[in-house]
Design a protein around this ligand. Structure first.
Ligand SMILES: [Zn+2]
Length: 100
């Protein structure tokens, strides 16, 4: 019973995250980066609180360190990491990098 309830909560949390991603993207498109940032922070709060996983696509949407909404070529740059032979995404705001 407990497991079933947990699953239900997680699926509604995932729905909330998807909704917040949409809101953040809309805010960013409207030229409101600070607003997008607040949504990103809310998403990470949900992730931590409920221990849900973001999809790869969602993880690429924003910086999980400073919550800047990532726009390729603007707030996020792609950098080739020669040492590990991988492409990394680098946040233009705080310098946080993650593997692509
Ligand atoms: Zn950042």
């Amino acid at each position: 019973m407990v497991d079933g309830r947990k699953k239900l909560i997680k699926s509604s949390v995932r729905q909330s995250i998807a909704k917040l991603m949409g809101e953040a993207e809309a805010a960013r498109a409207a030229g409101r980066p600070e607003r997008a940032r607040r949504y990103a922070k809310m998403i990470m709060d949900l992730v931590r609180k409920h221990k849900v996983r973001l999809t790869e696509e969602q993880k690429r949407g924003f910086c999980r360190k400073c919550f800047t909404w990532w726009v390729p070529g603007d707030t996020v740059k792609l950098a080739f990491d020669k040492r590990h032979n991988v492409i990394r995404m680098k946040c233009a705001k705080c310098g946080y990098t993650r593997r692509l």
